[in-house]
Design a protein around this ligand. Sequence first.
Ligand SMILES: C[S@@+](CC[C@H](N)C(=O)[O-])C[C@H]1O[C@@H](n2cnc3c(N)ncnc32)[C@H](O)[C@@H]1O
Length: 491
Amino acid sequence: MHKGANPINNKRKFISKERQNATRSLFPEVFVEGKINWERLQLALSSEIDSDEEQFGLTWKGKRDCYRLIHPPALGSLEPVYEESVNWDTAENLFIEGDNLDVLKILQNSFRGKIKMIYIDPPYNTGKNFIYPDKYSESIQSYNVNNGNSKEKKKSSLSQNGDLAGRFHSNWLSMMFPRLFLARTLLTEDGVIFISIDDHEVYNLRQILNEIFGEENFVEEIIWKKKNTPPNDKVIGAAHEYILFYARNIRKILLNLRPRTPKQVERYQNPDNHPKGPWTAGDLMSNVKGGRYVKSLYFPIVNPIAGEEHFPTSNGNWRFNKKKIDGLISKGGIYFGDNGDRRPKLKRFLSDVKEGAPNTTLWDFVPLNTRGSLEMKELFGISTIFDNPKPCGLIIELLKLGSNKDDLVLDFFSGSSTTAHAVLALNEEDGCNRKFIMVQLAEPKNVDSEASKAGYSTIADIGKERIRKVINDIGNPCSGFRTFKFVKWDN
Ligand SMILES: C[S@@+](CC[C@H](N)C(=O)[O-])C[C@H]1O[C@@H](n2cnc3c(N)ncnc32)[C@H](O)[C@@H]1O
């Protein structure tokens, strides 16, 4: 390639109007007769261009094609399905049946920057789940077909990404990358995304999320304890899964604290009738590892009743200086034991601590995975109607952490619609008006499956029916959802 040649593959034809406009507003000087002049763009970016061939990052066979999948517009539209909806006229919730790649593109028109929280539970790439083959060549062919450039029809089918399929990780990553890329732009500036995943792809998923969201927007890797008894067919039986948590912009997010449990509140008592209310005894020593000595914080605290002197232990010094401690003693803020003869402790008042308990990465306080199937049994009478639905309580906890009031919540691998169920149930509990958008492929159920026997031929059918049942059970006349189907345009 000669110096200055355009390294961008010429096949990459689709750059959305929005991206073109953004580039134009940042670098007007690089446009020549409506086209980007590569050499001018290089000059404009010169100090930022890293031309080193060896670069950090995850790469796989087909990654380049992923970028080509992102930009072509969806070749179809959403058609309303009134008869499958509830309260169409007033409903603000949406269920969209279709491939989420197409649907995420269509959602960009009306929902770009509007979704506060995304939760997804994609196929885990266990070798057993189905994934949709988005072959770039197929989409180009389809694009040409739909633009009258060819008489051939696009053929696409669901396929199993088995261990023996070759390119096992590559196929999965190629499926996830464009979808996550499109999902990010739907988030509000303070929006968050939670992704359930297990050990099969967690390390790869984190790398592509770092690439798409920026490593600085990684919030946490939550560990969900999903089983009490780990499977014994493995070297070490996994009793947990992960929930990767990223922000659109970590500087903008404001997470809710967890409400204190009755047990946590019980620790606060008021045996001395202190006017500030219930308190619990906390450490008065400063929390410095290794015992950093600060001279002004090393002094005796004198018990005002017994007159006994207490010095900091050898681990360090007091948390506050003498003036502050004297002030606390005079206001009854220091505790010397029930009989007034113990080492001093700080009274921590419930009225002073934050509204809720801090969030943690270890989620052993939410329901186990078995609860998900029980919930399906309660609704459908059959626990095996859908494989491995997430328990509502898990999603409710995520909603409490990442959403409020009227927020819009998206799940584009919605399966049995647990996320919709959780949104409806939590709104009922806390009076908020969160709204959901569920996206689910019409993945067919095997004819011998319990679902088919019960009359649900696709996973989308199960998801829609679940929402109808939950709306019916909750009995809120204002609840509803609109159903749409993604329909490809004929050539
Ligand atoms: C693990 S399940 C989600 C389960 C869900 N969290 C629940 O609790 O029911 C993943 C779902 O993603 C769906 N899916 C896979 N590829 C898809 C695609 N390209 N577009 C839309 N849905 C897809 C599958 O049909 C499956 O139902």
